[in-house]
Unconditional design. Sequence first.
Length: 319
Amino acid sequence: MKADLLSVGTARLAGEPAGKYVSRSAAGPGAGGPGSVFFSLEGKRVRLSLDSESPVLITHTGEGRAVLEYRGREVRGRLEEVALHCPRQAYLTVSSGCIFSCRYCGVPGNPMERKSVREIVELVRQVADRVDAISLTSGVIGSVEEEERYVLEVVRQLRQQFSLPIGVSIYPTERTPERLHSLGVTEVKFNVETATDNLFEEMCPELSRDAIWDALSRSVPLFGKNHVFSNIIIGLGETDGEAVSCIRRLAGMGVIPVVRPLTPAAACRNLPRPSQERLLALFRVHSDTLRDAGLDPREAVSMCAACTGCDLVPGRDDS
């Protein structure tokens, strides 16, 4: 059912007021949109963007209790209260705009704004008693190098103030993995984004995929097994064989792939989301590949693999 819901990606929200359960994003799926909710059942969760035209209906009956209705099925679960961006994490976007224009990404349309270090520390302080980790991501509003320097300062201040694991996902420079590791960052995610080099050149013409592969290869010895991740977006025009090849390449390096269904946005807003059948087929290969490589997303403590709301995650969604 989660694969079916991810193939839709949206829900209508009705019933009792549910403001404290609605998350709004400045990065990632749904950036700049009307918000989203996390529906959970028996330890599993799915994130659905709010859309008044969605075929999925979630009715909030009060105090987080909710009923999800879709395709004649009715499931009783809960809306999870969001800390920052997602449940149980202080997941922050440092800079909410971006000078790059990746075709699938809505972030470049956001205002070029950056949270101050003091603001970030205060935001984490407000939720520190109900989160298990801090996660940071960022657009680029000056240069890649300048953005990295700023994020490093954010990490320094957070490490001084909080004894929580920190995960970071930014576009890397030549020494980003080493610099993050030296500051005590627990996990990193550098995103190859597409299944093939040709698709990357089409979708992210201003970025270097080689730099991302290089950062990933250097990260595994530093951060260790099960603590290095990379997004692969499914639905940009890749074949299943190309997606599987990328999954296997990442896992062979010791990197856990985050297999992310496309959220149609920006120049890709007219592309369809991947089907339930395709997501399940890739999930089976993904699961087998991670098992054969000795990798386990259940060891993740931050970012997407710990949240699981936007993706099917081996070990978490099939256990």
